[in-house]
Write a protein that binds this ligand. Structure first.
Ligand code: FAD
Length: 479
């Protein structure tokens, strides 16, 4: 056992939450260590967490590759572009994705070096007295003591007891980012963000994709009209989304490349079955709290295994904080970024705060789906009076010129004060546009403020301007 090393801040986990916390703490002059257990595809330590290794970035790399391929068959013709025998080289597509992952995970290691964050590669367990024991990959152990410890352990895919991941026929997100060829039939359990995004990737490349969702409503967390529009567009693309479908069995039959997964599910009509070549289980993620806490630390877990924290991400134990996917709130990388920065600043005696009410949500399908703030249903349920204004991309010159007229923007404002309470978007490029809603809400802006701000023409953002105008029934381009 080596002797104890002392730090101002010890961060467990170098995902989006942890690496932001570590770098910001180091920038503020705090002696900082960051521990991460993950290995990359090459078996070497890889910083950046789920997001950079098997989440946000690799999924977007594949979404972009597959979108280019899909557009050749569905958009290029309208522009007068023709070609013969377009082929997708899946190996090259996945290799491109791996290169991007390596660039970004390596980038975090460089940022740690530049900011003098000490990186430790191995599994960390918090013991009482703010001591973190790290079992390193070579089997040795180091002991780090932090005046402050920030837990940023992230989350893991939830496994279904009847559909255990085998890395071949039944996979989680990591497996579905690495198929060697396009599966003929892909089954997906869960029509959430991950199921829809990865289902879209393989559908665009030619797989028959069936998504089984236990809930009766599609995208229940989104605005109902947005969900309806998205469902219509996905159907046109050939994504077979079956709602109210509760899967009870997944049997792998056959060997090697001829393996099949036989799925049994029940829906309103009774017991059903389908056979697929690959099954992606995307039923959610759970906080990675296993083996993280030794006895006696005083850190508490809630009923979902998440670390309990207050509104400042403090666990209630002196000097121990927790951020990102392993605590309450949306499991989104940018929520973790902000919590990491806020906690580092709080430790340094600066003000730090994250407004969970203005975290944007994005689903990177085609059309994209994005929102911030409350839905109409949530406002109805809480009895808040509101008014809305919507505007379709079909009446926006830029969207039509691009050949991407699907979707709309909806602005929701308080009936009396006009303050913006939510913005809901479905359409091309809305992952970027949603930030106008975030900004307006952060500054307590009104729909009228948005309507009076000059938006460049012709741009997609004009849909926000027109939707804001429509809140007060003065949209110019609406018949
Ligand atoms: P993580 O990224 O999970 O990082 C935690 C790190 O801590 C890991 O590297 C882990 O190895 C390490 N660790 C855990 N326990 C220990 C320990 N005891 N000792 C040492 N190391 C430990 N979010 C978005 O905002 N946008 C997206 O587009 C998006 N796309 C996604 C696509 C997919 C397919 C998936 C799976 C997720 C996606 N997410 C997306 C979610 C996003 O990846 C997570 O919200 C984000 O990574 C959480 O950050 P984190 O730092 O809390 O945890």
């Amino acid at each position: 056992m080596s002797e104890q090393q002392n730090f101002d801040v010890v961060v467990i986990g170098a995902g989006p939450a942890g690496y932001h916390a570590a770098i910001r703490a180091a920038q503020l002059g705090l002696k900082t260590a960051c521990i991460d257990a993950a290995l990359g595809k090459d078996g070497k330590p890889a910083l950046g967490g789920t997001c950079l290794r098997v989440g946000c970035i690799p999924s977007k790399a594949l979404l972009d590759s597959s979108r280019q391929f899909w557009n050749m068959g569905h958009l290029f013709g309208d522009h007068g572009i023709s070609f013969k025998d377009a082929q997708m080289d899946v190996g090259q597509m996945v290799g491109r994705k791996d290169k991007i992952v390596k660039q970004f995970t390596g980038g975090i290691a460089m940022l740690f070096k530049a900011n003098k964050v000490s990186a430790f590669y191995g599994f960390g367990t918090l013991h009482k007295g703010n001591v973190v024991k790290v079992r390193q990959h070579d089997g040795s152990e180091v002991e780090l003591k932090g005046t402050n410890v920030i837990i940023a352990a992230g989350s893991d895919s939830i496994e279904l007891p009847f559909a255990k991941f085998d890395g071949e026929a039944i996979v989680d997100n990591a497996g579905a980012l690495d198929f060697e060829s396009v599966p003929k039939r892909l089954g997906v359990i869960g029509a959430g963000v991950i199921g829809l995004e990865l289902g879209s990737v393989w559908k665009r490349l030619g797989a028959e994709v069936t998504i089984l969702e236990a809930l009766p409503d599609f995208l229940a967390a989104a605005d109902a009209e947005v969900a309806k529009t998205a469902a219509r567009e996905f159907k046109k693309q050939g994504l077979d989304i079956r709602l109210g479908a509760k899967v009870s069995k997944a049997e792998v039959k056959g060997k090697g490349k001829s393996k099949e997964v036989h799925l049994t599910y029940t829906d309103g009509k009774g017991e059903q079955s389908i056979v697929v070549d690959k099954l992606l289980v995307a039923v959610g993620r759970r906080a990675a709290s296993k083996n993280l806490l030794a006895d006696g630390t005083g850190v508490k877990l809630d009923d979902r295994g998440r670390i309990e924290v207050d509104e400042h991400c403090h666990t209630g134990v002196d000097g121990v904080w927790a951020i990102g996917d392993c605590v309450r709130g949306p499991m989104l990388a940018h929520k973790g970024f902000e919590e990491g920065i806020a906690v580092a600043e709080l430790i340094a005696g600066l003000p730090g705060h994250v407004n969970l009410d203005t975290i944007p949500w994005v689903i990177y399908t085609e059309p994209e789906i994005a929102w911030v703030g409350k839905t109409e249903q949530q406002l109805k349920d809480e009895g808040t009076p509101y008014k809305t204004g919507s505007f379709p991309f079909a009446a926006i010159g830029r969207a039509v010129a691009m050949g991407e007229p699907a979707g709309f923007v909806k602005v929701i404002a308080h009936e009396e004060t006009d303050r913006v309470l939510g913005m809901h978007l479905v359409g091309v490029g809305v992952s970027e546009l949603v930030h106008e809603g975030v900004l307006t809400m952060e500054f307590n802006g009104s729909a009228d403020d948005l309507a009076r701000i000059c938006h460049a023409h012709p741009t997609l953002s004009e849909a926000i301007h027109d939707a804001a105008m429509a809140v007060s029934k003065r949209a110019i381009h609406k018949a």
